[in-house]
Write a protein that binds this ligand. Sequence first.
Ligand code: SF4
Ligand code: SF4
Length: 278
Amino acid sequence: MRAPVNKIIPFSNVDGPGNRTSIFFQGCPFNCLFCHNPETIHLCRGCGLCVESCPAGALTLEGGQVRWDSAKCVQCDTCIKRCPHDASPKIRWMTVEEVLSEVRRAAPYIEGITTSGGECTLQNEFLIPLFTAVHALGKTCLIDSNGSFDFEKDPRVLQVSEGVMLDVKAVEPGWSDTLISHPRDMVLKNLEYLLRVGKLYEVRTVIFPGRDRENEETVRYVAEHIGDGCFYKIIRYRPFGVRERYQKLLGEDETDRYYAERYAALARERGAKRACVV
Ligand code: SF4
Ligand code: SF4
């Protein structure tokens, strides 16, 4: 069994508690307007458009598939900018053992791993043996998820993980359709389920400038549901890295810190005692 891995960061202190190895999988069922890593959304289609753009000769097209030579790559990201399909040629199809060997190298210095993406739950069957093996090393496993996976229907991955860091991006259906190009029903179902089974580690909501009604509706809903049950991160929208066509829709300014603090205060007032702006 192999899974498409976009990158592995051996040491991260922003992906959960303590120092962690973060594993980013390729592929996501959402298409969020504010995505900062749109090259992780789709798998490569093998169109070959990026091959000629590579200044280092690190890409070749063989039998309709792009081959990436990591030894030649200078990480200039020209290929990412060239790709019109929100994909990347720089991924590795890795086995559990290959991922695990990178985790083992970092093991003396980390508290655990966090799997992210893209959307890591698309690789559910891969995560289960990976987490089982990481637990055997005495390390913790967290899932960073957009909430599209039905954890209640298939809770196996939860049984080998410490919990989920869940994005709740939108509550109002129209805003959800616009913002994440997806209905939000499964996300909200997961919010309640994960809370109920004690597997919700943290919820995150991005606050957009000038979207008073949408921001308030989402924050109020989340806060009233989670109460003191988990952390609540209020994240400021930052346009850097967002696809240009969507920057026009969302605005070209980042969310003011004081504006975001208003929503953290609202969340705490509605019961989410561990709400803060990051
Ligand atoms: S980042 Fe892409 S374009 Fe740049 S050297 Fe690597 S493969 Fe080539
Ligand atoms: S990464 Fe994008 S541009 Fe390159 S071959 Fe794949 S789909 Fe085409």
